[in-house]
Design a protein. Sequence first.
Length: 354
Amino acid sequence: MTAQTVTSVPAYLVPAAGSRLERGTIPRRPVGEHDVLIEIKYTGICHTDIHRARDDMGGGVFPMVPGHEIAGVVTAVGPGVTQHRTGDRVGVGCMVDSCRNCDNCRGGQEQFCANGAVETYNSPGPDGGPTYGGYSTHIVVDENFVLRIPEGIPLAEAAPLLCAGITLYSPLVHWNAGPGKKVAVVGLGGLGHMGVKIAHAMGAEVTVLSRTLGKKDDGERLGADHFHATSDPATFERLAGAFDLIISTVSANLELDAYLSLLRTNGTLVNVGAPSAPSSVMLFSLMAGRKTLAGSLIGGIAETQEMLDFCAEHDLGPDIEVVSGEQINEAYERVLTSDVRYRFVIDASTIPAA
């Protein structure tokens, strides 16, 4: 692949909604004035990839190449690029462009672009065709949406930080987690385990709320000060009014009134999971104690870089299992049965030509 020609690159793609992934090739655009060509080394598997592959969210464009947790090395840059050089360790997260002109974009909140951020895959690309994600060997991205990966973070561990890491870092920063704050993380999975690590590094007192005590040892190893089973009704009585901030990472609907009862006055319950069904809440659960029910997505580009630097400073990374391209379909099934601790990462060197 050169900066002057469009080249087909090997990839694993979903040919139709609900199909198994299979080997194929996809086009990558020429490297433009402000573009960076990245040789992908590792790509994380996010639960969202599975939802998209099955078209659970609707609007899927097939064939689809998932993957929005990308870590690699720069192999070419356009003549106008100033932020990255050949050989740099870089990453790409959930978006590859935005309008850059709306209030949110100008404020560093590109993830909330009023005109719709361009997602790393399954979005209209600059050529009118769909964007293709990181289950491939190379990608071309505008330099302004490419992150610098600090030397202290192995590339395989860096990949999930571009989604799971920033998804937890952003609300923890926004709601001021830190010394003197009591933070609860609901669910200890791919998202939750990063929430525990980051909140602990910020100096908060961290509690895991999980359905059972099966992951208690893991939770404490990751930095949790306390671990409680939500299947025990007495848990909610014991912990009433205990937390300043609760972050739910689960995709199932919670009994929101019960979890709101665990907040202190002025506390906040933030959802970063994505339940597919509507939720309900008694408004008095919010009024009593002036509590807040909120949601959060990823972060903007500047905040994502801040997160990477924070993780490097505190020697943080996800717990990962590296898989080959041939194991992606198996990994999907294992994610659905929670048979991973705690994030799958694809070794892109195992993606052969079709």
